[in-house]
Design a protein around this ligand. Sequence first.
Ligand SMILES: [Mg+2]
Length: 454
Amino acid sequence: MRTAPTILHLDMDAFYASVEQASKPSLRGKAVIVGGLGPRGVVATASYEARVFGVHSAMPMAQARRLAPNAAYLVPRFQLYRAVSEQVMELLRALSPLVEPLSLDEAFVDLEAGGAAWDEASARLVGSALRADIRRVTGLTGSVGLAASKMLAKIASEQAKPDGLVVIEPGSERALLEPMPVRTLPGVGPATGDHLRRAGITTVGEIAEAGEDEVVRLLGKAHGQALYAMALARDERAVVAERETKSVSVEDTYDVDIHDRVRVGLEVQRLAERCVRRLRAAGLSGRTIVLKVRRYDFSTLTRSETLRGPTDDAVVVREAAARLLEGVDTTGGVRLLGVGVSGLADYTQEDLFAQAVEGESEERVGVEDGEPEGERVRQEGEGGERRWVPGADVRHAEYGYGWVQGSGVGRVTVRFETPGSLPGRVRTFRIGDPELVGVEPLPLVPGVVPGAVR
Ligand SMILES: [Mg+2]
């Protein structure tokens, strides 16, 4: 392990909610909750003002509404989040060739590999300058953790939140970890956490005390050894650039086009299982499930869905692939099908069963930890109804730019304000008013156009 805190972990603060507050001046300083608003929706991100009421990401939306009835409830605008994320990642890539994004709003950076820092003082300077740059370019705050390993850099950024910077000095790691709950360690999901608790182990220090043999006996060899090492603050995992682009996939070309929808579904299930076997054989797990469909006319579609954490569970991959297939028109026939998993990791971060349940209830809206499934949401927008969901961008011929505050019984309420304006006024229109149209999001910082930062 290195001896200087030159691994940086950046985590944007309450990312989706902060983007919404930056976009919508009337929501600054207010409780804002972004997520799926349907009956089975979950919270993707809650602003810090909403967290005071006990609302947090991955919580069922119905529960959030009971806890914070007066909060603003908004549907995610992934297109904008992606554009802002790209601005942030661009700043990180200027520091080092080794940038490992974990989600839209989170990444590791190896500062030493980029020559940007070599000791604590230089790392601190880079971290502070980065936070200032992020604020200048996006108008948002991000928290920075610096340490000698990925695990500790992530713990540091968590401690730095919101809007801070924390350095964990090499040598102090074990003392810091000791009192922390076992769930702090990567690879400890709810199931592993329960398992350890039943054995009387609740803190990281207790894992270290139990000894490697005992932890291996409880959790199996691979998981147990990895966890024991982490508990001793031994984490040699390298920052790996562009990991998201690597994938494990399988595909089949059919001699005769498949027309039967049921058969297409069965083939996809079979491919998902084969893909998982290959994934497991390589000792990997992945977060993004990809479905590929080549149709009779050789048009090829890919659809993807990203989970909260990596999985190597056949049930989870099969279900995701089946959901993706639902959105694909296969009339006319299919000549090739493929299933892949990307966003690969060396270990499985989340409890698999919990993930399967979450996957069902998330209404295809990802939570902040995972790259959400924007494609599908955008497609719905083409139908027109998306224009009137809470939070959506609109423009009125007379009143200008605004966003949908709510709609129902043939009416839509719009607040007219923009990122650079004062809090705006609310007006109500009938749905179908030809003067009111859906538009693309405006940039958060006037003059800085997302996607054109280079
Ligand atoms: Mg974050």
